[in-house]
Structures are given as C-alpha cells and as structure tokens.
Design a protein around this ligand. Structure first.
Ligand code: SIN
Length: 517
C-alpha cells in the first residue's frame, strides 16, 4: 500500500493534522491508522480542557507564558512556550469552526482555573472536553474522500534506510499489523506522522487507556530517532481510588479549581503544609504531597472534599464524575471522594523541531509522543490539547511544503521490502505475556514512580533486563501477537526511562530522586 501521508494515531493530533492536509489539497492521499476504533485513545479521556488566553481584561499571554515556565521548573524552551501560547487562540477558533462547543457564561467562554494557572483560562465542555472534541473530529474526518481510515491496526516498525538499498536518510512509512487480515502490511509513504500518545500503561495505575503502550516511542527508538526527557512522567494527583470497569478514572483538576479540598485520613486539609498555592499548586507538587500523606497513614488514598461545590454545579459542570461516583455509592457533594495519584502524561518523547519534525527526515511526531520543549520537566494543566492543536497546524504547513519538494519516486516505494520478520497471529494466547506485563508495571510503580531512589532505580534496571530476556525468549519461540508487540515496546521504553533516570542528579518538575533532595 502507498499513501502520500501516513498518520499513526487518531487522537486530537492525528485527526487535526489529517483535516488540515485534506482541506488544503483533495489530491493528496492520507491514511490514518488507529490501534483500536478511531474514537479510542488518550484524547477521549481528557476531562479538563484547553488552556487558551481569551479574557484579555484579566489575563494575558505574558501570564500564561510565565505559568507554563514556572510549572516546567526552568526547563521549558521559551521560544516554544511563547508561540504555543500566542497561537492558541486561532487554533481554538478553528476547532469551534469544525463544530466543537465549549461551555459559555453570558455569551462568553466559561473559563476555569486548574493547578499552576494564575488566572481562569481553561475552556471546556462540561467535564468531558476530550470526548466531545474526539467525536467532532471523527465526524469531520469522515467527510473527506482522500482520507482512508484503518482501524485495529498496530504499528510494528518504521520503514527507514535500513530497509532500502538507496540511502535518503528518511522515513518511508511503516509496517503495521492488520488484526482483521492477521498479517503485517507494508504502508509506504512520503511523510509519516507518529501521533501515538504516551505509555501510561507502563504503570499499574494510569489515567490512560490500556492501549497506551508507547508503540510510537518504541518504533522511533528502534529507528534511532532522538528522544528527550523520557524519565519525566507526570502523575495526575487525583484519580479515583476505585477502578471503573477495570480502569483508573480521572477526577479533573477543575474540581479543585471549583473549590475542592484535599484531606488526609484524619480529615485534615494538608496542602497548606506543602505550597502556598495549596490545592492549585502545579501537579508535581500536589502529587508528591498526596503521596507523602499516604505514606504517613494506613489508608492508601486521600480524600477530595467537594462539599463547598453545590449540587447544581456538580450535576451541570461535572456530570460524568457525578454519575460515576454515584454508581459507586459516593454521593456528591456531601461524600468525600477517595483519590490517588496515577501515571498521566509523558512530558518527554521524540525530540522535534518547531514544525514537529524529528531528526529523521519525513518523520513527524505530534502530541504526547513528542518532546517539543513546551512542557519541560512538568506540564502545566490543560496545555496538552493546546500543544496538539498548535503543533499539528505547524506540522501540516511544513508537510504541505515538503510534498512540493523532490522526493523519492514511486518505483522507489514499490521496491521497499515487504515485512520479512515473524509472521503474525491473532489467536495465539501467550500466558506469560500477561504475567510479564503485570510484573513490568509492578517494577515501574514501585521503583520508578513519583519518588525514586538510586538503589530502587538500580533494582528496576536489573529486573527490567530479566523481563527483557524473557520477552526475547517468547519472541523467538512464537508468532508475533498484538500483546507481544505492545510488551516489546513497553520494555524498551521502561528500560530507556530507567537508564536515563539513573544519570539525572538534579530534581526538576516531576522527576524526584530522594537521594538528591
Ligand atoms: C484534568 O482535567 O485534570 C486533566 C487535564 C490535563 O491533563 O491537562
């Protein structure tokens, strides 16, 4: 199969990138790969919203820039922060033009405050902004004849010079699993974009769906693409302690923005002891404070007390959380919500330039799988959807330009080899895969979580090498399966995080080694 542009991942980054390209030129062919259904992915679970300066009487670009730099703990790229903040408004307008709605109050956008923000500036759609945006973009994408969507396809590897006789130092597409056809397809392309999100599934508790296994990061790593800040994994302070349908459920920061207070098992409000901004300090600070309180008490969670948010606000503003809690017999606002920190967001990833292109020509990385320089060591709340919109726009402009340039001809793409690795099977059930995935998550959660130690990292390193060896053995004995493919990516990224974490000697943002405190 050949396509002008191959986009892997169908969250806000992949979909908005595709829309922009398709709108610009109905003559180019675009193929979108989705690991599950096109609607599944991290975007769908984003509750809070998009941080965009829109009330210029109270707020300013300068304040949003300052908040982003402060949250990033002095490690953000200032130029990137500046243009992302300034371009946000136009990208939001576009999203609204495509059909997205945001809550309003007296005909103005309803703005909320989240951790680390000095002003109310997060635009939202109730408490399920991501789900709403995802639905709008999926509908929009279906209106283009030049976009082909392949659901249930998993990225295996990128096609690079390594696979070709000619050497252009480019990416030429990817090998992907087609679950339906039980085979591995070669999809060659002039431009390839990874929009594959992070790897929250490396941890036992993550706000990401289970498919967030770092497939794009793993493939880029094998292709020797530059990575940056991988050990900076952000934990969201408040995930519901109880699992919902087997998954971790987020309680948006906006609940704290609306007045929610954190209490320990003795009922004491404790954030005052950690930061003058209390519940609305940046995420790294709040997550560490909660973890410290949990270590001091018997219970494995703290409470989010929302008694000062009235019932009407709960039902209108946070309907999904309200209903979810109610099903668990937690009646809001009078009952306290048991919450724990959970792995939430990869601040680092594939290093890209200001147009979202990696060091491998023709390979773009957009959204969570990329490291743009915006987040530094700790992402400011609701800056992720903003980054995805700004960088998918910039990547689209650059791609349009690149497609006009002289690129390898069609004979070259035809000559690229078909997948010649292991054959693929849907039906093989490899029991050890579940056990190894579970063990990997245990090791990461125990030693590579919010608090790290040098000894713990060393232990994790040795354990991960053992897990890797076992995976290799399975690899040599079985056909490739989806689970095996995921586990191969998970172990590579886990290993890389641990390796890099061991060389960090200064604590910044979400990275905290107790031996350097
Ligand atoms: C939240 O709603 O608290 C999460 C939003 C984000 O990750 O920025």
């Amino acid at each position: 199969m050949f396509t002008d542009v191959l986009i892997i991942g169908t969250g806000i980054s992949g979909l908005s990138f595709a829309i922009k390209l398709a709108q610009n030129d109905p003559g180019i062919s675009i193929t979108l790969i989705s690991k599950d259904q096109v609607s599944e992915g991290n975007t769908k679970y984003a509750q809070g919203g998009i941080a965009v300066v829109s009330d210029f009487e109270k707020d300013s670009f300068k304040k949003h820039i300052q908040d982003t730099l402060l949250a990033g703990d002095g490690t953000c790229d200032r130029e990137v922060v500046k243009f992302v903040v300034e371009e946000g408004k136009d990208r939001l307008k576009e999203l609204i033009k495509w059909g997205s709605q945001f809550d309003t109050q007296q005909e103005n956008l309803h703005l909320v405050k989240e951790g680390g923000h000095s002003e109310k500036r997060v635009v939202h759609y109730k408490d399920h902004t991501g789900l709403h945006i995802q639905q709008v973009l999926v509908n929009k994408i279906k209106s283009f004849n030049n976009i082909k969507i392949l659901e249930n396809h998993t990225l295996v590897d990128l096609i690079t010079d390594h696979h070709s006789k000619e050497k252009y130092k480019r990416c030429y597409g990817a090998y992907v699993i087609s679950k339906e056809e039980e085979s591995i397809l070669k999809i060659s392309s002039k431009i390839t974009a990874l929009c594959t999100g992070g790897a929250g599934s490396l941890y036992a508790h993550s706000t990401n769906p289970p498919i967030a296994t770092g497939d794009g990061l793993g493939a880029a790593y094998r292709a020797k693409v530059h990575m940056d800040k991988l050990p900076y994994v952000q934990f969201h302070p408040t995930a519901l302690y109880h699992k919902v349908n087997g998954n971790t459920f987020l309680i948006t920061e906006a609940v704290r923005g609306a007045g929610g207070k954190l209490r320990n098992s003795l009922g004491e409000c404790f954030m005052d002891n950690y930061d003058p901004r209390k519940e609305l300090a940046p995420r790294d600070i709040v997550a560490r404070a909660i973890q410290k309180e949990i270590q001091k008490q018997k219970e494995k969670f703290v409470y989010l007390d929302s008694c000062n948010i009235d019932s009407k606000t709960w039902k209108n503003r946070f309907p999904k959380i309200y209903q979810t809690c109610s099903k668990l017999d937690i009646h809001l606002p009078q009952d306290f919500i048991p919450v724990v920190p959970a792995a939430h967001y990869f601040c680092g990833g594939i290093k890209v330039n200001t147009k979202s292109e990696s060091n491998l020509k023709g390979l773009y990385a957009i959204g969570e799988c990329s490291a743009t320089g915006l987040h530094g060591a700790n992402r400011l709340a609701s800056n992720s959807l903003l980054e995805a919109l700004v960088f998918s726009h910039r990547a689209a402009l650059d791609t349009i330009d690149s497609l006009k340039k002289k690129l390898p001809d069609s004979l070259f793409y035809e000559a690229l080899p078909e997948w010649n690795g292991d054959s693929y099977s849907n039906s093989v059930e490899i029991k050890e895969i579940h056990q190894l995935r579970f063990r990997l998550q245990e090791v990461m959660s125990l030693h590579v979580g919010i608090f790290k130690t040098t000894k713990g990292l060393k232990k994790a390193d040795l354990e991960m090498i053992e897990i890797y060896k076992k995976i290799q053995k399975i690899y040599n004995q079985h056909k490739l399966t989806n689970g095996l493919c995921e586990l191969r990516n998970m172990v590579s990224i886990a290993h890389l995080i641990i390796q890099q974490a061991q060389s960090i000697t200064i604590n910044k943002g979400v990275f905290f080694n107790q031996d350097y405190a």
